[in-house]
Write a protein that binds this ligand. Sequence first.
Ligand SMILES: C[S@@+](CC[C@H](N)C(=O)[O-])C[C@H]1O[C@@H](n2cnc3c(N)ncnc32)[C@H](O)[C@@H]1O
Length: 484
Amino acid sequence: MKRINESGFGFAEALQAAQQSLDKNKNVLRDYLEARGPGSEEPILFDSESLAILAYKGAIEAVRERYWTTTFLSSGFWCSLNESVLGANLRLLADRERTGASVRRLFLLPVPAGEELQRLQDERMLLRKQQDVEGLARFDQKFANLAENVHELIRHGCDIRIAHGAEQLHPALPAELAFEPGDTEIAIYDNWRFDLFQGGRSGTIESVCGYTPATARFEQNRDRVVEYFERLWAKSQPIGEFLERIRKLIEYSSTRIEYDTSWLVRYDHALPREDEALKVAEFSSVQVELTRLARWGKVRRFLDVGTCTARYPLALREAVRADGDIMAIDNDMDCVRFSQEKVQRESGNDARFKIKCHDFRSTELPSEQKFDLITCMMGTLSHFEHAPWEGHRPPEDALQRAIENFARLLDEEGVLFFTVWTEKACQELRLLGIYTDEDRQRLARTSITRQELQRRLEAAGLRVSTPLLLQDRMDLYRCEWPRP
Ligand SMILES: C[S@@+](CC[C@H](N)C(=O)[O-])C[C@H]1O[C@@H](n2cnc3c(N)ncnc32)[C@H](O)[C@@H]1O
């Protein structure tokens, strides 16, 4: 070391530390072999990624009965095509046919799957709005790689699932293992070793601590780690549907209409005259209907779907009781933020308002309670894709899911209003003037006949009144539950 120091290049201290660390690991193993008992309070530690991978590959090659592991979606290995890690896993799986080993991989999500998917959709929509071409390509490639790796492992017999809520189980783990939420990943090899990897948060392996019978309290600690894994596994779901939903959200967010802040400001304050008149006509028709039905001032719970700039929640707040609730949803985070700020500005501390990000095409509902007023205005329903109706039942597409969600959320005495662009407006592309040509064409493609829409609403059990034609461009529908 003295000679190295003389070189004057400044490596001596680093080399000395690496040497000490290696000696320490060697001594732990040597003491164990000599005494055949745990001689060390410390695990075997490697704080370089390449050594951690070698240590990991060495262990899985020796597995005969069980290889159970947790990982994060952000893991650099499963989102890139890392041949050496994938290869080691595939060799283990090939051996599995002979050994019958149980091979399980659990992806840990920070929140329930639905929320994680919404977060991924927001992230991708933001990249698209920022026209971040490279960011989009990286996002898509990451999930294409993940799907490819996962399918390859599943094809070879690996059981792969997703779960969330790992942090709630951390208090039951021994404190000396120092589990870090969102960062520590585990691997359990048969009964003779388990590893704790650090670095999941950044998608890398920063270090690995390997626990073996050479470490004090190995059996107790291993049993607690196994129990932690089993409890997570018991509440997990197969990964297949989750990956399919990621594929669909990438497809959806590649084509959906983007609402950036300047569009929202123009929608509120600078529409062409004809469009402004349509907005006014649509709103006053709803207002008149609510008054005619004696609902004005009596609404208990109001939901606005595709709220955009919170126009309806604000304009209809007088229709809702002082102790009522006003919920507005949109699946575009810019619309949600814009609406939240506007509501705060215009209604101060009115506690009735709740504005949240939610995709109405999903089967999950935005609320567990029902509503006695639901609105979905200015052609928002035309944003939900639909397939041609061929059989006896309506197709299971986004439009039908949205219609069924209306039915699931509508109170027995409730009333639902929505507007759709007419077939004629779609043919003549007379949609909002502030949409781009491409968006107008996209919306026009979702045009639906009155008859089909009526059949779809009836298939969901709703009673539909004759639609009111606005400016020859929009149909205003009112739906309720059939009276007994
Ligand atoms: C034409 S704007 C609606 C205008 C608003 N309802 C009004 O009348 O002033 C359409 C809105 O629907 C939202 N949207 C589109 N698809 C959605 C979905 N799947 N779930 C929730 N909101 C959606 C868009 O982000 C956009 O804010």
